[in-house]
Design a protein around this ligand. Structure first.
Ligand code: NAP
Length: 272
């Protein structure tokens, strides 16, 4: 049995879909099982902040897709799961640039710390460090895409490719102790993504540039906690400085075919 955490989210839902499509037994964890009603997977109520629910979720699993989004950023959710899980393979979703020093701080410090917690746990592990998700430019109907990274380019990746690599690491040998930095095949800025998205949609998608200070102000107004905002702004600054203009062939090395392009993702999402 394979446990998928974050099973209602962007990556976890795709990991679940691909595991089921390939015939693997999968258990989907969510705080609200009603959200997964009708899925073919076994669904379990699990909350990283509720140890009893976590213990039930991990019962009998051989592998875990581990995705955490603790606020403020910390390793507490990773630690909570590792405390209750048995001898299982852990495929940990981290992020590109984790541990890079920038602007007086450490980019993705919580991801780096979580990687270290997983590695020190004595379990078999694979770390996935994806670049910016293609889905980041999805907005509610008609709303402009918010662009905090200016003209900076990143190796934008199709979430389905992240999930496909996760599925390999969860189900096939040869990935233990590997850290994969996952990118798409080309460097793209947000405006460049929006041009491609507009072509697929057949209408101009509006895009609005937002400076980091303004983004921080908006997030504060939205009620986000200061540590999360600082972490987000450092990541944005890192990208704006061109430090995330990184391409790798790790997707191809694992999957045996090149990573899908942003345009392919957009066509799959919105094309006829
Ligand atoms: N966006 C990017 O470009 C990017 C790039 C690199 C790395 N990342 C990393 O990707 C991760 C986010 O992945 P995503 O976008 O797929 O997530 P997402 O769509 O935001 O979904 C978050 C998931 O976390 C679950 N969750 C939240 N709090 C929980 C709790 N207390 N207990 C159990 N489950 C909880 C939610 O499940 P329920 O609500 O159903 O319980 C949901 O399925 C983050 O760690 C981020 O650092 C993102």
């Amino acid at each position: 049995m394979i446990l998928v955490t974050g099973a209602t989210g962007t990556i976890g839902s795709e990991v679940l879909r691909q595991l089921l499509a390939a015939g693997h037994p999968a258990r989907a964890m969510t705080r609200d099982p009603a959200r997964l009603a009708g899925t073919a997977a076994e669904v379990v109520r699990g909350d990283f902040d509720d140890p009893d629910s976590l213990a039930r979720a991990v019962d009998g699993v051989e592998a875990v897709f581990l995705l955490t989004v603790a606020r403020p950023p910390s390793t507490r959710h990773d630690e909570a799961l590792l405390k209750v899980v048995g001898d299982a393979t852990i495929v940990k979703l981290s992020g590109i640039g984790a541990g890079e020093e920038f602007d007086g701080g450490t980019v993705g410090y919580w991801n780096l710390a979580a990687e270290q917690v997983v590695k020190a746990s004595g379990r078999r592990w694979t770390i996935l460090r994806p670049s910016s998700f293609a889905t980041n430019v999805l907005t509610a109907d008609g709303r402009p895409v918010i662009n905090p990274t200016g003209a900076a380019q990143q190796g934008v990746i199709d979430p389905a490719d992240i999930a496909a690599v996760a599925v390999q690491a969860l189900t096939r040998p040869g990935h233990d102790g590997q850290t994969y930095t996952l990118t798409g095949p080309e460097l793209l800025s947000v405006p460049q993504q929006v041009v491609q998205l507009s072509e697929v949609l057949g209408r101009v998608v509006p895009v609005v540039d937002v400076e980091p200070a303004e983004l921080a102000r908006q997030l504060t107004e939205y009620g986000e906690d200061p540590a999360s905002i600082e972490a987000m702004i450092r990541g944005v600054g890192f990208a704006r400085a061109g430090r995330n203009a990184v391409l790798t062939d790790d997707v191809e090395r694992v999957l045996g075919r090149p990573a899908g392009s942003f345009a392919d993702w957009a066509r799959r999402q919105f094309g006829d």
